[in-house]
Design a protein around this ligand. Structure first.
Ligand code: ADP
Length: 747
């Protein structure tokens, strides 16, 4: 089907696609149009990775906008929001405005009301609903990307409840749910009252197989020789073989550390085959990578990239990730070793995919667990670049004959699992029941059960008593903690409203309130620890040796804790306390102006992790401040101070200066040491001192003075005061606190 034949789609879009080389619709896209996706019909599209789901969404959104409506595109990861925004930015040339809702959870995002298309994560949409963003009530089209993630225990319930709420406030809304191939797409379509396109069609043939011995054994029974030299690992042999055919390889492994070590090793395989021009361009990319942050991760990544290989995981800064993805798409980087984050939505096709690790450590199960078929198929789906490769190949690796049979059975011939709602788990129930009551979706137990009837959980397990049981336990918990009141009906207390608006897990709120009530003058470490032990913070793991170190530290700093140090006999609580202490110590180092790379090394984390923890701590401390304020506690100023120190990564005395745009933690320290101690002093400062303190960088000095409100920021004819120059000169000059290094979480 030609795009122009799809009714309801604006004419410019067909032209635009044609310019991009897209003439006709792929069969699943044509099926979506026939099912009415451009005429406002709800649709579930369950099709393989890389089969053009985004275009289905675009057709739906643009035809909705063409009819005068507005559309919302829900992405599963924050990092994908900017990627989609970029992708949709061409709409703006044709009068379709696009906005991304990011940032604070408390923000109601009113400015988005004027946008035609809004991109947001499900968490953000959920919080906008809680904060009563008015435009939520007039949506015409809602796209849910990667809807199979409703199966994910962590974020699935939020997506599920958010869709239920959006449909409740907009009964006529069109829902377009995009999913990888799953076992029960029809259930999802039933839940959403949607048409279904369930297809296994791919734009390019995908051959799945298992490498064992000296050959690849394909699912269709054929074999192909692929020799492994005696001193070589199978992955290296596959990369070498692919290169011989001028192709690139994507290798999926199960941990960040494995991604880094695999990339370093594979760089040796790739290096010698690079031509001089490639070396030159790779060196330029490596330089850009080094500029992103002065950490060991940055350095290691740049070293690999110079040799044509890279690693990719959630510990990287977002600029690292996009540089790697671009260079891989341009075929400069020949092999990327990645954790599964790369399989999720980032468009990085390659000739071959190797799923090297098919087991992953699971804390819940206490050991290695096989990945789901759905996950492995999503990784495999990245193989083959349409229009470039004759076909894609996705390979698993077997060590023995039995394993060969097992892998063929388990992944090559297997169908993906069905998705199952995880809503009935307690942590998600706590959060979502409170929010549902607080935002007025239910005012009685019966009303609550009626609302839940619109969820996938009810569609899948309706009629079972489990739901009622969990609802009752959860309501009792919320009532006991003063978040809801039950009389004739059911309503949220003032505190409950605040907790819901702040987007806190009620259990985090309860922990924070208990901790704050236990002490009047908390120290920053005490507060960092308090927020680090809530379920909203992913704590750092304790490594071997950490246990002893942090036990000692816990006793030494016992008076600082908000709340009582648990007894060592309460093993799991004590463990949690120690992990939270490790996280809190990292935040303390950050606020003590320790260099990012020293922190990374000390705690065994990447720059993206530091950013992620800092962001979460800032948010939780902001929430703690609101709660303390609401409860009239004496600790409000202490909490605010601790929050600002984490926000900027500076000592108390620098908070004011570091808040000036463009200053950040390092420059604030340099200015302070040169005698400029406050924003007000900076506004009136002697320009030669500012220039000296900022190491003679005129442009930086001008920007900083302008941001501080200096009357005449120009540095023309200003000579730097050499006495103001900082002593240390070893590290970079970037304002680290200003870098965008948000973590996207690992999955
Ligand atoms: P998915 O979301 O299903 O993983 P994408 O939407 O990212 O897949 O599409 C994969 C690639 O296919 C994109 O580069 C896109 O431009 C291209 N594509 C999509 N539809 C068509 C089409 N009808 N003809 C040619 N190329 C297409």
């Amino acid at each position: 089907m030609d795009v122009a034949d799809a009714s309801g789609v604006p004419a410019w879009f067909a032209d635009h696609l044609r310019e991009d080389g897209i003439e006709s619709l792929y069969p699943p896209q044509a099926a979506a149009v026939e099912a009415g996706v451009t005429a406002g019909e709800s649709l579930v599209a369950s099709v393989p990775t890389a089969s053009g789901k985004t275009l289905v969404a675009q057709l739906a959104m643009l035809s909705a906008v063409d009819r005068g409506g507005t559309a919302l595109y829900i992405v599963p990861l924050r990092a994908l929001a900017s990627e989609k925004r970029e992708e949709f930015s061409v709409f703006e040339d044709h009068g379709v405005s696009v906005g991304v809702a990011t940032g604070d959870y408390e923000n109601s995002g009113e400015w988005l009301a004027d946008k035609d298309v809004i991109v947001a994560t499900s968490e953000k949409v959920d919080s906008l609903v809680r904060n009563g963003a008015p435009w939520i009530d007039d949506l015409d089209c809602v796209v849910a990307d990667e809807v199979h993630l409703v199966d994910d225990p962590g974020r699935g319930p939020t997506l599920e409840v958010t869709l239920a709420k959006l449909r409740r406030v907009n009964p006529a809304v069109q829902v377009v749910a995009l999913s990888a191939t799953v076992g029960n797409a029809a259930d999802v379509a039933g839940w959403l009252d949607a048409e279904l396109v369930d297809s296994t069609w791919r734009p390019i043939e995908l051959r799945k197989g298992v490498h064992y011995g000296q050959a690849v054994h394909f699912g269709d029974g054929s074999q192909q020789e692929l020799r492994v030299d005696s001193d070589e690992k199978p992955t290296a042999a596959i990369v070498r073989d692919t290169l011989a055919d001028d192709g690139s390889t994507l290798v999926f492994v199960n941990s960040r550390r494995n991604a880094e070590s695999a990339a370093k090793r594979l760089a040796n395989t790739v290096r010698d085959g690079l031509v001089p021009e490639e070396r030159e361009r790779l060196a330029a990319v490596a330089e850009e990578l080094r500029d992103v942050s002065d950490t060991e991760t940055s350095e290691d990544l740049a070293d690999c990239v110079e040799r044509g290989a890279a690693f990719h995981h959630a510990g990287l800064a977002s600029d690292h990730r996009s540089l790697v993805e671009d260079a891989f798409r341009e075929r400069l980087i020949k092999v990327v070793a990645a954790t599964p984050t790369l399989a999720a939505g980032v468009n990085t096709p390659s000739r071959r995919v190797v799923v090297r690790d098919w087991r992953r450590y699971s804390g819940d199960a206490g050991g290695m667990q096989p990945l789901s078929v759905l996950e492995v198929h999503q990784m495999m789906g990245r193989a083959g670049r349409p229009g470039r490769d004759p076909y894609g190949e996705a390979l698993l690796l077997a060590n023995g004959h039995d394993e060969l049979d097992e892998l063929l059975d388990r992944y090559v011939w297997a169908d993906p699992e069905p998705v199952e709602s995880k809503l009935a788990r307690e942590p998600s129930m706590r959060t979502h029941l409170l929010a549902t009551v607080a935002s007025g979706f239910a005012d009685s137990r019966t009303g609550l059960l009626e609302f839940l009837d619109q969820t996938l959980y009810a569609a899948q397990y309706g009629g079972s008593n489990d739901l009622e049981r969990v609802v009752d336990t959860t309501l009792s918990y919320l009532e006991a903690n003063g978040f809801v009141e039950r009389g004739d009906g059911l309503e949220a207390t003032t505190l409950g409203h605040t907790v819901s608006r702040l987007y806190l897990d009620p259990m985090s709120a309860a922990e924070i309130i208990d901790g704050l009530e236990a002490t009047d003058e908390p120290t920053p470490l005490g507060l960092y620890h308090l927020v680090s032990r809530t379920p909203d913070m992913y704590e750092l793991y304790l490594r071997s040796g950490d246990h002893e170190e942090y036990t000692m530290e816990a006793y030494e700093r016992e008076p600082e804790f908000c709340g009582e140090l648990p007894s060592e006999f309460e093993e799991s609580r004590f463990e949690d306390w120690l992990s939270a202490l490790k996280t809190a110590r990292m935040l303390e180092d950050w606020a003590d102006e320790i260099d990012e790379d020293d922190i990374a090394e000390r705690y065994g984390v990447g720059p993206g992790d530091i950013r992620g923890k800092v962001d979460t701590a800032e948010w939780l401390l902001g929430a703690a401040e609101s709660l303390a304020d609401e409860l009239d506690l004496a600790s409000v100023p202490a909490v605010r101070g601790a929050r600002k120190r984490v926000q900027y990564g500076v000592g108390e005395e620098l908070i004011d200066l570091a808040g000036v745009r463009g200053v950040g933690r390092k420059r604030a320290r340099r200015l302070y040491d040169a005698g400029i101690e406050t924003r007000a002093a900076l506004r009136e400062a002697d320009k030669s001192i500012v220039l000296g303190a900022l190491r003679d960088r005129e442009k930086t000095a001008e920007n900083v003075l302008e941001a501080a409100g200096h009357r005449n920021p120009s540095m023309d004819d200003v000579a730097p005061d050499v006495d103001a120059r900082p002593d240390e000169d070893s590290d970079g000059d970037e304002a680290v606190a200003d870098d965008d290094q948000s973590s996207i979480g690992d999955f």
